[in-house]
Design a protein around this ligand. Structure first.
Ligand SMILES: [Fe+2]
Length: 508
């Protein structure tokens, strides 16, 4: 898989996690390369200019709870301050007030603004944390020290008013100065085309941006902004990666995905290590079910990235101890949709995305966000769903303590009995978690589908109900039931139910 695809995918997540419009970072990267070439920069600088915008916000989940405490919603503040000069208090304060005003009375907004201002000094540490996490991630993606040093300057400014080191002028790496201009050009272009890009750059020149470089940009602005006119940003940005295109395979890809997992889990204080835990459980379960090396690898990787869409929901919601409001619940449910969008662009992640995006679907159709029926959930997706539930139950959440292993196991078994989780997947996950589980039974050569039918039949479902549970026609369900009875050498449902109970198929 290409490295650009992997960190391009990460950038889609960080765009969503910082309130930026779709493809914000990828657009910046495509423009940065072109600008660096117009400047006649050396190959190293051109390459850095491409990767820097993609990773600039990768530390965005660090200290999310602090940002949420200061701004109320650490993602909305990004939306409300889009295109503003972050170093200008007169520009930023009204925008912050807008964020604070959402859902509040005027008096309430003034009070929270005052509270927010008193907490503002905490944001210095947050900015540094973003940079430190970003360079840590960059190392895990294989970027060298000079690149990481440039990345650490993502929030520095030409006039020295940036953070965390307050370096200024040419102390800021050339690649990063180019990236800063490219990212702002993209913002200006969104607001007003090439003229908008020029206007925004001139406004920020000498403050956040290198003024001499801004003038170089202006001379060739239309040519440099051309990638922003292309219909497919993803394809344009992928094609813009400077040669030699870097790739990540095997262990390097696993490490990159683990980095994304850790970045995701950093978002909420209660989920640290969650994604790697899910991945380990899923791997063990896949081995137990003998799903084969290819599925085992895809499933493990899906475990690592299944929650990546979480970054797009405020930590104020994830960390909230009390009951959630309907709208907060809705926000949470969007995380799988965002995850699907983030994971669906990179061809190299297609087999992973196919599983990962189904983590919250349930066999009885009660899951989200697609509410798929059982028939649409592959074995791998069922395993991932069970692994995710088990791992989550074993972790503390703001509204409940962590469950013990036995309690979590019985919860999973009851979900399988209730029809929301797959009994085989639950057995495999419990076995992977160290519980003693009977190996799956396949009486009389029943197929997977027939086993499923037998289970539903044993729960007393009619043909019509079986059909609706499996999203098949009643006639097909009837055929399946007939085959099951024939293979079991019985003629009644009661006798088939007895066999299901005896072989453990009626239980999880
Ligand atoms: Fe999860």
């Amino acid at each position: 898989m290409r490295l650009a695809e992997l960190i391009g995918t990460l950038s889609l997540a960080t765009d969503a996690g910082t309130g930026m419009p779709d493809y914000h970072a990828l657009r910046g990267a495509a423009v940065a390369v072109r600008f660096a070439r117009v400047l006649g920069a050396d190959a190293r600088t051109v390459a850095d200019a491409y990767y820097l915008p993609l990773l600039a916000a990768s530390g965005c989940t660090a200290e999310s709870h602090t940002s949420a405490e200061v701004f109320g919603d650490e993602i909305q503040i990004g939306v409300d301050t889009y295109g503003l000069d972050y170093g200008s208090a007169p520009a930023m304060l009204p925008a912050m007030f807008r964020t604070m005003s959402r859902g509040r009375s005027k008096v309430g907004a003034i009070v929270s603004m005052a509270r927010s201002m008193s907490k503002m000094p905490k944001m210095r540490a947050v900015g540094r944390a973003h940079c430190e996490v970003a360079i840590h991630l960059a190392e895990r993606f294989g970027f060298d020290e000079p690149f990481r040093a440039a990345l650490f300057q993502a929030f520095e400014r030409w006039d020295g008013s940036g953070r965390p080191m307050a370096v200024k002028g040419e102390q800021i790496a050339l690649g990063m100065r180019i990236a800063h201009i490219a990212v702002d050009a993209n913002v200006g272009h969104r607001l007003g085309g090439v003229d908008g890009a020029i206007a925004l750059l001139r406004k920020h020149g000498g403050r956040g941006l290198d003024p001499a470089l801004v003038e170089r940009f202006v001379v060739a602005a239309a040519e440099i902004c051309a990638p922003l006119e292309e219909p497919s940003t993803w394809n344009t940005a992928m094609a813009a990666e400077p040669a030699p295109q870097r790739s990540v395979e095997g262990e390097a890809l696993d490490e990159g995905l683990r980095a994304i997992a850790d970045m995701t889990d950093l978002k909420c204080r209660f989920t640290r290590g969650h994604s790697t835990g899910v991945a380990q459980l899923a791997r063990a379960a896949a081995a137990w079910l003998e799903l084969g090396d290819e599925t085992e690898t895809a499933l493990t990787r899906a475990g690592l990235v299944h929650d990546v869409g979480r970054v797009a929901v405020s930590a104020a919601i994830w960390d909230k101890p009390g009951p959630l409001t309907d709208s907060e619940r809705e926000r949470i449910r969007t995380h799988t949709y965002v995850g699907e969008r983030v994971l669906s662009k990179a061809p190299g992640l297609a087999s992973v995305a196919e599983i990962a995006t189904l983590a919250h679907e349930r066999l009885d159709g009660s899951g989200y966000h697609r509410r798929l029926p059982a028939a649409a959930c592959s074995t791998a997706a069922r395993v991932l769903a069970a692994a995710d539930v088990y791992q989550a139950l074993r972790e503390q959440r703001p509204h409940r303590p962590a469950m013990g292993a036995d309690q979590a196991a019985s919860e999973l078994r009851s979900m399988a009995r209730g029809g929301s989780l797959c009994p085989d997947a639950v057995a495999a996950v419990l076995s992977g978690a160290g519980h003693s589980v009977r190996p799956p039974v396949r009486p009389s050569g029943l197929t997977d589908r027939e086993i499923e039918v037998l289970r539903l039949l044993a729960r007393g479902l009619t043909n019509r109900e079986i059909a609706s549970a499996l999203d098949i026609s009643t006639k097909t369900a009837g055929h399946h039931v007939q085959h099951v009875l024939e293979k079991l050498h019985v003629t009644t449902r009661a006798a088939a139910t007895m066999i299901a109970m005896k072989t453990g198929l009626a239980q999880a």
